[in-house]
Design a protein around this ligand. Structure first.
Ligand code: URA
Length: 210
């Protein structure tokens, strides 16, 4: 993937995103839409999965046909909102291995602190897709990618629903080798770190918390 940022302009993605932005959309509908959009974004972000060929006998001939090669994809959810994107990717790549990164923000240093980290083995041999619906300041995304690289990951992609220009710039500075796929590059962050126009707190909206 040569572009650092890919915005998926597909009409189905954009239509579903509009429904998700609407504050009147219910929790169950929001979750269902996130699942559906993630399937479409997953199609885009897996374009460069390595392929090899295998002999297959059709009813008419034997051919060399493409199939996925190498170690299984590693899908890593950045807790907690990333969990809302897991099943959409797993629908397309059911054999993917799944990991989790949990971070909280230290109130004094304001730096992200790791509280949970469990990822598949042999990360260095896998394509790794980190998922988090909102790329806002980029602080947690950059920290999560730092940890994945420390764990050996070399071929990492970042999948989000919405991105703020500030977060994209921060990721580009810290991890220029990590392509980002998103449904929208929104306008800006507000003073509380929310994306504008955005859709609010993605975790609260998908889990029905406040
Ligand atoms: N996280 C969210 O859930 N929403 C935002 O707008 C920014 C960060």
């Amino acid at each position: 993937m040569s572009e650092h940022l890919t915005v998926v302009e597909h009409p189905l993605v954009q239509h579903k995103l509009t429904l998700m932005r609407d504050k009147a959309t219910s929790t169950s509908e929001f979750r269902r839409l996130l699942h559906e959009i993630t399937q479409l974004l997953a199609y885009e972000i897996t374009r460069e999965l390595p392929v090899t060929t295998t002999k297959v006998e059709t009813p008419l001939e034997v051919i060399d046909a493409p199939k996925l090669a190498g170690k299984k994809l590693a899908l890593v959810s950045i807790l907690r909102a990333g969990n809302g994107m897991l099943d959409g990717v797993l629908d397309l790549v059911p054999s993917a291995r799944v990991g989790f990164v949990g971070l909280y923000r230290d109130e004094e240093t304001l730096k992200p602190v790791k509280y949970y980290f469990k990822v598949p083995d042999a990360l260095e041999e896998r394509m790794v897709i980190a998922v988090d619906p909102m790329l806002a300041t980029g602080n947690s995304s950059v920290a999560a990618i730092d940890m994945l690289k420390e764990a050996g990951a070399k071929n990492i992609r970042f999948l989000c629903l919405l991105a703020a220009p500030e977060g994209v710039a921060r990721m580009k500075e810290a991890h220029p080798d990590v392509p980002i796929v998103t449904a929208s590059l929104d306008r800006q962050l507000n003073e509380k770190g929310y994306i504008l126009p955005g859709l609010g707190d993605a975790g609260d909206r998908m889990f029905g918390t406040k």
